[in-house]
Write a protein that binds this ligand. Sequence first.
Ligand code: SF4
Ligand code: SF4
Length: 155
Amino acid sequence: MNKRPEFWQLPLDQLNRTEWEALCDNCARCCLHKFEDEDTEEVHYTDVVCDLLDQSNCHCTDYPNRQTRVPDCLQLSPDEPEVFRWLPDTCAYRLRSENKPLYDWHPLISGRSQSVEEAGISVSGQCVMESYIHPDEIELRHASWIECSTPTKRS
Ligand code: SF4
Ligand code: SF4
């Protein structure tokens, strides 16, 4: 399927499969372990990332089988908006589900995939694989850089 001009400005439920996949900025923030505060319902990110992530390019190494191998891997669909709250507030899917524009560093706006890392949004170089961390310690590794690095400028 072809991508329409400026398809990222359309509502999520109007995107075709190709456009839907192209909306991802490959930041891999959604691949970090996260926890919900039971009192506030806030979602907190850690700097511990799923072992299936290739940190050199922020791609999943087994994307077709990711849900079988990692049961809590987020599956995104416009029909299940309740899942979007687990996404970082920089995520293109979350932004568009809230009818907000993409940030200027998004590759669809900048025209360059490197702009995600340059803006400090990519997890590349900022996280550690889960197999290196004791399970009891994961929740303690708060990723403050996620909350501190959110740029405000949008197109
Ligand atoms: S957080 Fe959103 S934009 Fe970033 S990799 Fe995950 S789904 Fe893609
Ligand atoms: S299975 Fe793949 S897409 Fe899912 S969290 Fe792990 S690396 Fe990310």
